[in-house]
Design a binder for this molecule. Structure first.
Ligand code: URA
Ligand code: CA
Length: 433
């Protein structure tokens, strides 16, 4: 087989065979096929697309390019959740203990990653003593005993995706639905998921800015999952403003605890119940989505979800008393309110800019080497549709520096006020099965 023939076929709009897809993924992973040929192929895919069979073949070729995690020693159906990324997205911290509390095994492998705030592991590390350096055997034992454990990413998962994503990033070929869908799905499948629940975000703070784009990506991923034997469901949720009120590591842990207590923000609670009920249903712990939702609500009301969070924290060395004494979480030295300069209603937010503001305070990493400040961030006091009086606080900045004019300036730019009454935004735009 020759790579040049594969490029030519795709250039001319002819579908690639399973063998051809495997050939270029294997060759590229091993270093036998050069970047320039794969770049040309990616551009051809960008213009010509890939059909459902090609997308599934690409996904599975990338899965088998490296290690595949074996979770078969964990009892029950392993359902993983993936979010395409937003601002202040605290769902994983809430969903883990919530679905574990009704018997769904949560075997979470998580990275630190780059972004406006840290990843799930960074957030959890704001709890004294909590650590993710556990052996594979302990990880499996903990999930079987407690239904939940979190471990740092180890092994060589989907090396083909790592190389391809880096190449696409510098060849203007990231924004291609078949390539994004197979990239995301390959990572979830290699991590051992039997079933996958996807949270595809749309709006100013999301990768997919419009609902149409988000729907196309969601449909592509659901089709791949179902075709390769992983039951997959996607929720399209709104990211025109940050989720919940808190953006920042320890601040989000506090928000997650509030939500597990039944006292969290309405949107975060609703999204967790929606994603969670899909997870419980796919794990076959409930026969309908409605039953699954009732189980989760009951678990919050009875305190079982919160209890599960404590057990999980303690099992990985964490100080579980923070759940009842959140003041033990890292605290920023200074707080500044951002007063509204005039009265009105909140008409819009630029979630991306609010995320960048949190990052400027030190809540996220710009490069892999940067360190993050777990205590800093932003807590919104108002969301889209809310009325504000002149001088009323729009949000509070939590900082470890005395001078935050740069952040205030960016935050004023991120919040749009209107003289006319505005409406709340719809949180869940669609569910794709
Ligand atoms: N996120 C991914 O993981 N892969 C892509 O291709 C795009 C976004
Ligand atoms: Ca939040």
């Amino acid at each position: 087989m020759r790579m040049v023939d594969i490029i030519e076929k795709k250039r001319d709009g002819i579908e690639l065979s399973t063998e051809e897809i495997q050939f270029f993924i294997d060759g590229y992973t091993k270093g036998d096929i050069p970047d320039y040929q794969v770049s040309a192929l990616m551009m051809a895919v960008y213009f010509q697309g890939m059909n459902e069979r090609e997308r599934s073949d690409l996904t599975m070729a990338m899965v088998h390019s490296g290690d595949v995690i074996d979770l078969s020693k964990i009892e029950g159906i392993k359902v993983d959740k993936h979010s395409t990324g937003g601002v202040g997205d605290t769902t994983t911290l809430v969903l883990g203990p919530l679905v574990a509390s009704v018997g769904v095994p949560v075997a979470k492998m998580s990275g630190r990653g780059l972004g406006h705030t840290g990843g799930t592991i960074d957030k959890l590390e704001s709890i004294e003593g909590f650590h993710v350096e556990i052996s594979n055997d302990d990880f499996i034992r903990l999930v079987n005993e407690n239904k939940m454990a979190v471990v740092g990413q180890s092994g060589n998962l989907t090396p083909a995706d790592k190389k391809l994503y880096a190449l696409r990033d510098v060849t203007a070929t990231v924004q291609s639905i078949p390539l994004i869908a197979s990239s995301i799905m390959s990572k979830k499948i290699a991590a051992g998921a039997d079933c996958i629940v996807l949270d595809v975000k749309t709006g100013s703070g999301a990768f997919m800015k419009t609902i149409e784009e988000a729907r196309a990506l969601a449909e592509a991923m659901v089709r791949i999952g179902n075709r390769v034997g992983r039951n997959t469901i996607a929720i399209i949720s709104d990211m025109n403003q940050p989720l919940g009120y808190a953006i920042g590591n320890a601040l989000e842990v506090k928000e997650a605890i509030d939500t597990l207590k039944g006292e969290g923000p309405e949107d975060l609670t609703e999204l967790c119940l929606s994603l969670g009920s899909q997870m419980v249903y796919l794990a076959k712990k409930a026969s309908t989505i409605e039953d699954a939702r009732d189980m989760l609500k009951e678990s919050i009301q009875s305190g079982r979800a919160l209890e599960k969070f404590k057990t999980f924290l303690a099992s990985q060395g964490g100080d579980a008393t923070v759940v009842d004494q959140p003041e033990k979480l890292p605290q920023a030295k200074f707080q500044f309110d951002l007063p509204a300069t005039e009265e009105g209603w909140i008409a819009g937010m630029d979630a991306e800019k609010i995320g960048i503001s949190a990052m400027l305070l030190g809540a996220g990493r710009a490069t892999k080497e940067s360190s993050i400040d777990l205590s800093v961030g932003i807590v919104l006091r108002k969301k889209i549709g809310d009325r504000v009086a002149k001088g009323e606080s729009l949000l509070t900045i939590y900082a470890n520096r005395e001078e935050v004019d740069d952040v205030k300036h960016l935050l004023y730019e991120s919040i749009i006020l209107s003289k006319e009454k505005t409406e709340q935004v719809k949180l869940i735009h669609d569910i794709i099965t």
